[in-house]
Design a protein around this ligand. Structure first.
Ligand code: F6P
Length: 449
């Protein structure tokens, strides 16, 4: 849980030419900080423009010598700033001001606004000159943008390149070393932090360094049915039942069919420029599948996850952070036993499942904080990874990738014997679910809490 000193407000203002991943980065930061419990919102000036002037503005609207276009864009920038400061005054914590802010004059406007409201400001500049990354961004995001809806993709790309050229003529990269800024070069290949003092902006560094745009699936699954599941007991370190073993075998067959034969929805990692490519000599061990497995497999340190992995690999990477939520004094009890013996605890959890902390145990909020390094590590992976863990843990990981509000996380459906495939895309995540056995949690006593 972010402690009170972490609740201070901050404005992050994006900087950079169009198609340099500003919105991608802004949304990624917003998703991460929201997941960590900070009230975060993106103020995208492009959305204001679309709302006030309509989506389909031709490239000359953005020409710096078009006085009418310039005035309109300035007006939108001010409106977004006004909404942003109002939102912060009403309890918002992290505002991400997503605009090009590509001239000194425009950054001065943002700086003055923030200093008038006593708001700390950090510029986040995204620089990328790799034509393949820029082309991929235009292809994957801009031609699908509402700005070009119904337009031929080639015409849309041509118009967008003309728009970029207008901005290039006026672009002044950040050079003021007295200001507080983060420069991201080539989607995380180089990250420069200048005069970063606050706790929150510094916390972004691991995310930004490990960010990449390579496409790869992340598979999530709970362990197979365990003896505790059968009894309806929470926590513990029990072994798999026979059905659980059957799932472990089915899981191995499923993963082999998807990875070894290529599968139909698990494309190989695609290289689109420097952001997607780790230098081979620096590839960390956790990126490489063990010798006996077609893919990298992560488990918790509890027996039921290692047993579920055992038909795939005898050497999964065991992360303590993936251990199930610590039920403290309630560990090993059924929900009915908690209700009968500790009714106040039962009611407190029912009333606020996200914040409720088991006596001498953890809350969902605690679980999210301990999973922070796991998320960063998952962001860093270029290869497919299979995560075999537990219900509460997978709810938290899924909640991050699917950008679910933290309070919803304790209720996300993560059934037994089902593989969830998440494939990060430009602005979100594609999801597919594969139930491999018909037995699910709803057939078990442990289904309700
Ligand atoms: O019941 C299986 C289990 O993994 C328990 O070990 C754990 O306490 C529980 O699920 C988490 O789910 P909930 O937060 O809904 O109780």
């Amino acid at each position: 849980m972010p402690n009170p000193r972490d609740r201070s407000k901050v404005v992050l203002a994006m900087v950079g030419l169009p198609a340099r991943g500003k919105t991608y980065t802004a949304r990624k930061i917003a998703r991460y900080l929201s997941w960590l419990g900070h009230k975060t919102r993106v103020f995208n000036v492009g959305s204001y423009r679309r709302e006030h002037f309509g989506a389909s503005q031709p490239h000359d609207f953005f020409d710096p010598s078009n006085a009418q276009g310039r005035a309109a864009l300035f007006d939108m920038a001010v409106r977004a700033l006004t909404d942003m400061t109002e939102w912060l005054a009403k309890g918002g914590e992290v505002a991400i001001y997503d605009a090009t802010n590509s001239t000194r004059a425009r950054r001065q406007l943002v700086t003055e606004c923030c200093s008038n409201h006593a708001l700390p400001l950090v510029f986040v500049e995204s620089i990328c000159d790799d034509p393949s990354v820029i082309a991929a961004t235009i292809r994957e995001t801009k031609t699908h943008s509402p700005d070009y809806s119904g337009m031929d993709p080639e015409d849309a790309a041509d118009d967008f390149r003309a728009r970029i050229a207008h901005y290039e003529r006026a672009y002044e990269p950040i050079a003021d070393i007295d200001s507080s800024f983060i420069k991201i070069v080539d989607v995380g290949r180089q990250v420069v932090l200048n005069r970063i003092t606050g706790h929150l902006p510094a916390r972004l560094a691991p995310l930004l360094i490990n960010m990449h745009i390579g496409r790869r699936p992340i598979w999530l699954t709970r362990h197979g049915e365990s003896l505790s599941n059968l009894r309806g007991a929470i926590g513990g370190d029990s072994e798999l039942t026979l059905r659980g073993e059957t799932y472990a075998r089915a899981l191995a067959d499923f993963m082999r069919s998807r990875v070894v034969s290529g599968g139909d929805t698990s494309p190989p990692p695609r290289s689109v420029g420097p952001g997607s490519r780790p230098p081979p000599s620096l590839a960390p061990m956790s990126m490489l599948p063990p010798a006996d497995s077609p893919i990298t497999v992560w488990t918790s340190t509890l027996r039921r996850t290692a047993q579920t992995a055992s038909y795939l690999t005898k050497h999964p990477i065991k992360h303590r952070a993936l251990d199930e939520i610590d039920a403290g004094l309630c560990d090993g009890m059924t929900y009915a036993e908690i209700k009968a013996n500790m009714p106040a605890e039962y009611e407190a959890r029912k009333g606020d499942k996200f914040h409720y902390r088991y006596p001498r145990g953890e809350s969902y909020e605690d679980v999210i904080q301990r999973l922070d390094p796991v998320i960063i590590e998952l962001e860093r992976q270029r290869q497919p990874v299979l995560v075999i863990a537990h219900q509460a843990i997978l709810r938290a990981i899924y909640g991050y990738f699917m950008d679910r509000p933290p309070e919803e996380i304790p209720y996300i459906e993560i059934p037994l014997h089902t593989v969830i495939q998440l494939t990060p895309t430009a602005y979100g995540c594609e999801e597919k679910r594969f139930p491999l056995l018909t037995i699910t949690e709803s057939d078990l006593t442990a289904s309700s809490s």
